[in-house]
Design a binder for this molecule. Sequence first.
Ligand code: EPZ
Length: 429
Amino acid sequence: MDRIRVIGGSRLEGTIPISGAKNATLPLMIASLLTQDTLTLKNVPQLADVITLGRILGNHGVDLAIAGKRPGDVQGQGQTFHLTARDIVDTVAPYEMVSRMRASFWVLGPLVARMGEAKVSLPGGCAIGTRPVDMHLEAIRALGADIDLEDGYVIASAPKGLKGARISFSKVSVGATHNALMAAALAKGETVIENAAREPEVGDVAECLVKMGAKIEGIGSSVLTVEGADVLSGAEHTVLPDRIETGTYAMAVAATGGDVMLDNARADLLEEPLDVLRAAGVEITETNRGIRVARNGAGLKPVKVETEPFPGFPTDLQAQLMALMSVADGTSTIRETIFENRFMHVQELARLGADIALDGDVARVSGVKGLRGAQVMATDLRASVSLVIAGLAAEGETVINRVYHLDRGFERIEEKLGRCGARIERLSA
Ligand code: EPZ
């Protein structure tokens, strides 16, 4: 298993290109199940999760062609995917697939909508929380499918197709909104989704569905009105920039000091995290090229943050913020409200000398004068990158084990940071 070695203490200077968003790419790839025509996605990041989903969709009959590089293309620039689901050959998503990647559960809505049936494994447990799927089932049921649970599988059937309905979610769920939205795009008549997730990745999928022929109003708001189409067509869509990758590198610069341009980053996708960084004393400048992040010798001020659905502070940046606040001048309070077990990084950060006290869903982070490198273990995607940030800020060597978590969601991280002066390398097993 690969590991990552970081020697801390270098300031970051230079440019980091921000990739296409993983959490938009995955549902966009799944949306290809809704049409027999080709869906072309540009700016697709090179990530383990994207490859895994490509294989999973292949089992359902999606043909994935990855366009080759053309002269002038920058190595590592977003890829172009052509996804064609001319015939759906299998409506079963087996346990081995869904348990590897939870987002593949989202094939449920598109499969029932197009084929009138689907058998999709329940995803099972997860390192960051229980993550039930009750709201997904509620939505697909509201659209007229019969749903049974059998031997760990969801069996959904709607032989006459789905029918538009009012879906009112009891809380905000990104995945349930994706599932409902994609299903509604092929349902007969109008669907209204209330308390929909407003995450930019949901908006990106909605924009793509509009290009495919669905009529959707309220994109970006918490009420989505969808007029389904009998048939959806192919389309071409460019994946929006990854706001979590953007925030992660911004926090890395804040932790080490330095001056980095985050190319292609869009500030409107992460106003709240940028405000938190400004409050901590980090210099943030929005330019038409992206976002410039700088911190000179001044100390970091502590912050008080709660994770919230968009536009609030994202849970996917909580671990990174905690790593940063570990070296602030004072005590920060970070409350996690989305997932009940998303503090696995706390004990690992403690190995580097961080002083963090947990009290239920609140972490009190008392900034220390300096962290010291150590061996640590990645537990999930965002937790592992928080260890990279802490390692960059620490004195000496940090070795992060179980790097496969990192590869699920960060494209060429050692290269991107290395080019800005970080001493970081992959140790292949
Ligand atoms: C998406 O997960 C993201 N994944 C997560 O990113 C992200 O942390 C999360 O949204 C919250 O922003 C992808 O986009 C692939 P939810 P999702 O449904 O959709 C509860 C990463 O690191 N809930 O919005 O699975 C749930 O337990 C990942 O990239 C129900 O109770 O998250 C949680 O407490 C990790 N019933 C809350 O809602 C349901 O049916 C929000 O979860 C569904 C969810």
